[in-house]
Design a protein around this ligand. Structure first.
Ligand code: FMN
Length: 223
C-alpha cells in the first residue's frame, strides 16, 4: 500500500502538479523513465447532479496555464471512456457493436500519453511538450491538457470503410460529451474541435490504421 502511495506521488509529478520547481524538475526527470503511469481511482464523492451538469455544459474557449490536479486528470480520462463495468470491460461511453475504437491521447507539458483504459494507466509516447503541434494557432495550446481522439481501425475489422468512418465519428461524440459534463461539474473550460493540426499531432502519434477525429483542450478558464 505504501509503495503504491509513493508511486502515485512520483507519477503525479509527471504532469508537474503541486510541487516546487526544483522538486518538479527532479521528479519529472525520474518520471520520464516511467512508461506506464497508474491513474487515481475515480472520485465518486463529486456531488454534482447530472441535471446541474447539463445545465452548466458549455463550450468555453478561454484557457489559463493553471495545472489540473492528478485526481482531475484521472477523472477526466475515466469519465471520457474509462471502464465502468470491470466484469465485462465496458466503458463510460457507448460504441457501435462495442468496438471500443476511440483511443485517447493526452498531450501535456510533460509529454504525450496513450490512455490505457483497461488498466486505467497512461502509457508514455513522448516526453516532449507537443501541444503546439496540435494547435499552432490561437491559445488552445495553453490548456494543460489536450485530448486527441483517434478512431482505431484495428478495432473495427468487421466494418467496411463507410461504417468505420461513420461509427468512429459518432462514437467520439459520446466520449467528448462525457468530458464536457465532467468539466461542467468542475468549473473547467473545454471545447471540442474539428479544426486542429492533424499532421502536427500525428508527428508524435504516428497512427498507422486509424483516423485523427477530434481534439479537446481542457483547463481552467483565464481569470
Ligand atoms: C463536431 C464539432 C466540431 C467542433 N469544432 C470546433 C472547432 O474546431 N473550434 C471551435 O472553437 N469550436 C468547435 N466546436 C464547438 C462548437 O462551436 C460549439 O459546440 C457550438 O458553438 C455550441 O456551443 P456550446 O458547446 O457552448 O453549446 C465544434 C463542435 C462540434 C460538435
Amino acid at each position: 500500500m505504501k509503495r503504491i502511495l509513493i508511486l502515485t506521488v512520483i507519477m503525479a509529478s509527471a504532469l508537474s502538479i503541486n510541487l516546487s520547481a526544483s522538486a518538479q524538475k527532479k521528479q519529472a526527470a525520474k518520471a520520464k523513465k516511467e512508461t506506464a503511469i497508474q491513474l487515481n481511482k475515480p472520485d465518486f464523492s463529486n456531488d454534482a447532479t447530472l441535471m446541474n451538469a447539463l445545465l452548466e455544459r458549455q463550450t468555453n474557449r478561454s484557457f489559463s496555464s493553471q495545472e489540473l490536479s492528478w485526481q482531475q486528470l484521472s477523472d477526466i480520462l475515466w469519465a471520457a471512456n474509462g471502464v465502468n463495468r470491470p466484469d465485462n470491460g465496458k466503458r463510460t461511453a457507448p460504441s457501435a457493436r462495442n468496438a471500443q475504437e476511440i483511443d485517447i491521447y493526452a498531450f501535456t507539458a510533460s509529454g504525450v500519453f496513450f490512455y490505457d483504459a483497461e488498466n486505467h494507466q497512461l502509457k508514455r509516447i513522448s516526453d516532449k511538450d507537443s501541444r503546439q503541434g496540435v494547435y499552432d494557432r490561437g491559445d488552445f495550446h495553453k490548456a494543460p491538457l489536450i485530448l486527441v481522439y483517434v478512431g482505431n481501425f484495428d478495432k473495427m475489422q468487421g466494418f467496411d470503410e463507410d461504417a468505420r468512418n461513420f461509427y468512429s465519428a459518432t462514437d467520439v461524440g459520446f466520449v467528448s460529451q462525457n468530458v464536457y459534463l465532467y468539466c461542467a461539474t468542475q468549473g473547467l473550460s473545454t471545447v471540442i474541435c474539428g479544426s486542429f493540426n492533424r499532421e502536427g499531432a500525428d508527428k508524435v502519434l504516428k497512427i498507422k490504421n486509424g483516423k485523427l477525429l477530434l481534439a479537446q483542450p481542457v483547463g481552467y478558464p483565464e481569470k
